[in-house]
Each structure stands twice: as structure tokens, then as C-alpha cells.
Write a protein that binds this ligand. Sequence first.
Ligand code: GLN
Length: 493
Amino acid sequence: MTNIADMKLAELRDALKAKKVSSLEATDAYLGRIEKAKSLNAFIINTPEKAREMAKASDQKLGKDEGGPLEGVPLGIKDLYCTEGVQTTAASHILNGFTPRYESSVTANLWRDGGVMLGKLNMDEFAMGSSNETSFYGNVINPWRRNDGGNTDLTPGGSSGGSAASVAAKLCAAATATDTGGSIRQPASLTGTVGVKPTYGRCSRWGIVAFASSLDQAGPIAQDVRDSAIMLKSMAGHDPKDSTSIDCPVPDYEAALGQSLKGLKIGVPKEYRLDGMPGEIETLWQQGINWMKDAGCEIVDISLPLTKYALPVYYIVAPAEASSNLARYDGVKYGYRTQDYDDITSMYEKTRAEGFGEEVKRRVLIGTYVLSAGYYDAYYLRAQKVRKKIFDEFTDAFNKVDLILTPSAPSAAFALGEKSADPLEMYLNDVFTVTANLAGIPGASVPAGLDKQGLPLGLQLLARPFDEETMFKGMYALEQAAGFTARPNEWWG
Ligand code: GLN
């Protein structure tokens, strides 16, 4: 039998139900791997006791042929999700020691369905970043390496770098992640994993540490399309505690896999063809177009001219919302408080100066600036207007096509430190992904090939709001055609 921890989530789920393996065996197999893979720095904290306890409870249910769709399946949780009784830091020093007394709705859904928590995954501080280098707990290392023998450590992407790296290294059956401007799809692309950002409102944001509330969405990073479909089904659903969560039924996404794509129209937006993009990404994109054609789709050239404004709009709206959301970290209500202060004002100031990292401070300053009385109309209001136009542009496009196919990210995994000196260069990583967050539409990245250095590259599909089913159909077709089975070499032990 294959090592339990090498199984796909779907395989493990079935083996557990058939009592071929126990959840405790699977949990121990993953805990052993996590221990050996410490050098990847994918986890901020491990919760082995809790994991074993949950696994034993699952085994009891499985023994009676009871339990939910994920019964006994060990999962990794991005440290942005509040977990009751388990420290939640958002990878920020300012949340040091914060232990929520409540569970996020999405993780509660996973535990309701039988999931087992292995621990909390590393990420960029407050999910701000594209390389996992802004984490207070240090960067995550991508399990993938270039095939040049140089052993250069690469970034797994961000902000869900721990989620992506742990799934790529098989340290958990699947992981939760979040996507505000690309943080599920970009790291999935850089690690050869599948990442799904559902429609805004599909998953509850309740109990997820807020970054930019009108853009944040929860979603899974998984080993393949089927596993991501199973995860999303459990994570999604209406939640009265989140007023932006939408009350509409959650379809069985797994059932959509393998359905015919005949007659579907696939839009190819010319604005996603960037100057200076590696030729391999261009070629892979063309290959993706051919695969969809072979699957019976009609390819339609479309134009999304406002794409060029997406990053500037995002980097006004996201920091604006972040600056208000992060105002709550004042040393009184949560986590860290400075040791040395004279009065309440200096306590606030010093706590925030010591508790936040550089990137978070940059966002708070930009956000405060664009919301200030003198600049509100010039920046924030204007950005909101362009955001609406971007939404309208997608609505028009989806009157003509069913899905949109683009590359997921403008490059393969890059070296640690390579882009961290220049924030603007880092922000460019999200050029293909932020549009979906601005418009609220679903998007997903599927691994589709390797570049000449042997690193994974992803293709992105975008769909109409709440039409994740069609997106999953398309993702599955891409996965089948690409036949991506490459794995990183296990150099980490
Ligand atoms: N990289 C983007 C940012 O830094 C997106 C992050 C995210 O999706 N959480 O804002």
C-alpha cells in the first residue's frame, strides 16, 4: 500500500470510509512528515494532541459507519482563521499570544464534516504579500527547486505560502487559504497545487482575521481539482454571522468533474498578454487554449481594457480597508502590548510600532492617506468608481463567454529576497489575479506544466459569480489534458 500521507484527499477519504486505514494512522503519518519538514517553515504551530484527539473521535464514528464527508481527513489551517483555544497570529507579532475563544465559521464547517486539524500554517503578515516573506515567523521555503543543481531556496508565493508549501510537500491532505488579491491562486501556481478562490460571499468571512473585507475570500489549496472541489463543498455555505455571505445552495462540485464542456465558450483576454512575460508562460497559455478547444469549447478573443487599472485600484482599496481593519490592534484588546510606555497614547503608538512589520505599516500609511479628508475623492472614491467599471467589464464579457482562461501568475517561483527590495515589483505578482477580487468573481489556478528550470506553472480560469460548477468542469478538463504529475524532490528530509 502507498504511504498514507501520499494519498490524495479523495483517496484517503475513501480508504477511511472503507476502514482500510484509520484516521489516527493518517494523522500520525502527517505529523511525522511535518516534524521532518521543519526546514520548510510551513507551520507556525503544530497541534499534535488536538489532531490525535480529533482523529480518535473520527475513528469512533467511522467504526460505526457514521461521520461527515471529510471524516478523519487531516488538514492544515492558514493562521488567518481563528481557531478556538489555539493561538491565531495572522503571522503578526501584534497577535502574539492571541487565543480565540471562538472558531471561524469555515473551520467550524470543516470540523462539522469530520476534518482533523494538524496545525496552523505560515503566511504573509495579515495576508499582505506575494512571497511569504513578510511573516513574523520567517519565510516559507518552496519544496520545489530549480533543476540547475544550485539549491537556491525559492518562495512558495504568498500570502498563503504555508498552505501551498504544505500541500506540495504532502504535509497535510489539503489546506485552507485566503485570497484578497491572489493569495490562493498565485502560491498554488508557484507550487504545482490547485487553488480555488470562490465567489465573494460563497464562504463566510466570520472569524477570519480581516485584511480587506470587500475583497477577502476563503478557499482551499489542494493536490488536485477533485480534492479542491471536496474541500470547497465543506468550507462554503451561508452564515448569518457574515452579512456578506450569500444564501444560495452549495452544489456538489465533485459531481461537476468530468462533465462535457461541449459548446462552452472560453474567453481569452488580450490584455493579459504582458510585455516581458516569460515565453514559456505564453506558450503554456496557448496550449491551454488548444486543450479547451480539443475538449469541445469555442475560443473567443475578448478584450478587458480596464485590466491595466486593476493593480492601482487594488492598491488603493485594499490598504484603505486594511488601515481601518487594523485600527483594532491597539495593545488593549488583543495579543501584544509594549512593555515600556508613559501614557495611553504612547502605549498605542509603541505597541503598533513594535507589533507590525514593515509591509503592514506601509499599507496602514497608504490606506490612511487615501482615506484622509483631502485625498478621499482623488484616490479612494475614484478607485471605487473604476472598481465598479471593472465589474461591469466582466459582466459584459460573461454575456459572451462562460469562462475566461489566463495564466495564473507572471512568473514561476522566484528566489527568496529576489523581489522583496521593491514593493512595486512584488505587487506585480498579482497582475492576473486581483481583477477577480475586485469584481467578486470566482477564479482558480490549475498546474499545467513545468518551465525549463523544472518549476510548475499554473493556468487560471475565471467564471461568472456563483458559477463555480462550470469553473470546476473547466479546471478538470485542463487537469486531464495537462496530465501534470510532477512532484518536488524530497530534499528536506
Ligand atoms: N499579494 C497581494 C497583497 O499583498 C494579495 C494578498 C492576498 O490575496 N491576501 O495584497
